[in-house]
Design a protein around this ligand. Structure first.
Ligand code: PEP
Length: 255
């Protein structure tokens, strides 16, 4: 049976100035130094990426950005190119976070272009999907996930999947303290994996890591990762604290 290496990432959102970011990384490094069998990523805000990358040198923890644009250069005020992220030490970018979709109006079409370009440029991507509470309560969850996966991954081909993970993040669980139950997460992840199988093929679907995100904490991570289709976490609030994030990393690695 194919074993998917857990991928545990911290999304720091718009928190931490440079000094705080470096201090968090310095605290995190020894806590996770001996944890094996798991990929670990931290995603500070853009302004702290370079310093964070320097602080991570020699560590297995990888650096990621929270967003990226779909062009290499040009008159795109306020945007950041994938090449710029690689230049400051990023290996990863998050694309399609629900806050980008909702607050900044990013569409499936735009996100699919961002994903295509980021992967072409050499970044690895955590591509976020997930339904709102209204969509879930209205019975539209599967349709929403189907649209986000179908359109979001539309420009990818089989070989791109080495650089892509999906993050299932039900919007109602993000920053709310309400976590999906392990059963709810498993149901959604299995559905998403089946969507990928139908859109691409069984090998790609089986190899694809699907992270869960939404109020993951040290005390619920072990139950979630125990589900066969949960392959890691994208952690917001709890990743701001080195001890909490390290505890989640350890749970993700199997305890
Ligand atoms: C997120 O921002 O991706 C997230 C899952 O946040 P939280 O863990 O705080 O719910």
């Amino acid at each position: 049976m194919l074993v998917r290496k857990p991928l545990i990432a911290g999304n720091w959102k718009m928190f931490k100035v440079v000094g705080e970011a470096v201090a968090t990384i310095e605290a995190l490094k020894p806590l996770v130094a001996d944890v094996g069998g798991v990929d670990i990523v931290v995603c500070p805000p853009f302004t702290a990426l370079y310093a964070a990358g320097q602080a991570l040198r020699g560590s297995a923890v990888e650096l990621g950005a929270q967003n990226v644009y779909k062009e290499a250069k040009g008159a795109f005020t306020g945007e950041i190119a994938p090449q710029m992220l690689l230049d400051v030490g990023c290996a990863w970018a998050i694309i399609g976070h629900s806050e980008r979709r909702k607050i900044f109006g990013e569409t499936d079409a735009l996100l699919s272009e961002k994903l295509r370009f980021a992967v072409d440029t050499g970044l690895k991507v955590m591509f976020c999907i997930g339904e709102t509470l209204e969509e879930r309560q209205g019975g539209q969850m599967n349709d929403v996930l189907s649209r986000q996966v179908g359109e979001g991954l539309a420009k990818l081909s089989a070989s791109d999947f080495e650089r892509v993970a999906l993050a299932y993040e039900p919007v109602w669980a993000i920053g709310t303290g309400v976590t999906a139950t392990p059963e709810q997460a498993e149901e959604a992840h299995a559905y998403v994996r089946d969507l990928v199988r139908r859109q691409f093929d069984a090998t790609i679907a089986e190899g694809l890591r699907i992270q869960y995100g939404g109020s993951v904490k040290p005390d619920n991570a072990a139950q979630l990762i125990a589900k066969p289709n949960v392959d890691g976490f994208l952690v917001g609030g709890a990743s701001l604290d080195a001890r909490d994030f390290a505890a989640i990393v350890k749970a993700g690695a199997g305890g």
